[in-house]
Design a protein around this ligand. Structure first.
Ligand code: AR6
Length: 284
């Protein structure tokens, strides 16, 4: 009987060791699959990479008008006036007017689906588990293909206000930067999302980046305040860094188009503006 129990225990230990080993092998195999594919895609010439895109209607960075041209082409933008509350938010940053012209050539509004952009990096409004969800997150995972989730699984998660970078796989974008916006309306956390995304730029030689309106969908952050935070943080970053050539604000909802068209005139003025009485007066 004693001999039987000993043998049984030994078999149990061997079986569980085997199971651990095979799960380790499985993990390594699936891990190396995304790693190999990520590196392969990142080194493809653009014409080859384009064959991977799920749809042919991709948009290159050069097809997105810089803000200085957008204002000229869309004359109605000038009729959109900011409010006193906007002015109070805007006064939280001191901008260097010398940089207005150069920066108005770097930033853009893009109306539409962020997954179409052929750009160095698109930002994903992710959740802290980095599991594909709804909204822009779902759209990005669908267009990138399943290896994006595999790479996210290998990272394990992301704290609110932080950011993690992965490959873009079948997306036109080379990289996806996953950031987790606040669910409780915390402005410092939202600001941190933008800062952390920018902080990854140097390491991965990202010179063009597109942001969705982080936290303003399922996470319920007020759209207008979110836009102030996005624009203020971007202006501050661009004033101190020359490496990034293009920052694109992807506005998917009409309300965000309206807000960004209004507020971009403050943070990235194309003409000179007077803010004396709270109403913008063009001086050109
Ligand atoms: N392209 C660009 N913007 C988009 C797209 C798209 N294809 N689809 C939606 N948006 P949301 P959150 C806009 O809800 O509030 C997910 O389940 C959308 O109109 O995607 O940060 C995650 O897994 C809105 O303006 O992100 C998290 O659990 C903006 O993207 C949670 O939602 C952000 O809305 C994150 O919530």
């Amino acid at each position: 009987m004693e001999l039987f129990v000993k043998s049984f225990n030994r078999i149990t230990v061997i079986t569980s060791q085997k199971r651990c080993f095979s799960s380790l092998i499985h993990k390594m195999t699936s891990q190396s699959k995304w790693m190999v594919e990520k590196n392969r895609i990142l080194s493809l010439p653009i014409e080859e990479k384009r064959k991977l895109y799920k749809s042919e209607d991709y948009v290159t960075v050069h097809q997105v008008d810089p803000w200085c041209s957008y204002v000229i082409k869309n004359k109605d933008v000038e009729n959109k006036k900011h409010t006193i509350d906007d002015l109070n938010e805007f006064r939280k940053i001191k901008i260097d007017p010398e940089k207005n012209k150069a920066l108005a050539e770097k930033v853009s509004i893009y109306r539409g689906d962020i997954t179409k952009l052929e750009i160095d990096a698109i930002v994903n409004a992710a959740n802290s588990r980095l599991k594909a969800g709804g909204g822009v997150d779902g759209a990005i995972h669908r267009a990138a293909g399943p290896l994006l989730q595999e790479e996210c699984n290998s990272i394990g998660g992301c704290n609110t206000g932080d950011a993690q970078i992965t490959g873009g796989y079948d997306l036109p974008a080379r990289y996806v930067i996953h950031t987790v916006g606040p669910q409780n309306g915390s402005a410092p956390n939202l600001q941190s999302c933008y800062e952390k995304c920018f902080s990854l730029q140097n390491q991965h030689r990202i010179t063009s980046i597109a942001f969705p309106c982080i936290s303003t969908g399922i996470y319920g952050f007020p759209n207008r305040l979110a836009a102030h935070i996005a624009l203020r943080t971007t202006r501050k970053f661009l004033e101190g860094n020359d490496e990034v050539d293009r920052v694109i604000f992807c506005t998917f909802m009409p309300i965000d188009v309206d807000i960004y068209e209004t507020l971009m005139q403050m943070y990235f003025p194309v003409h000179e503006w007077n803010y004396n009485d709270g109403a913008a007066v063009s001086e050109f």
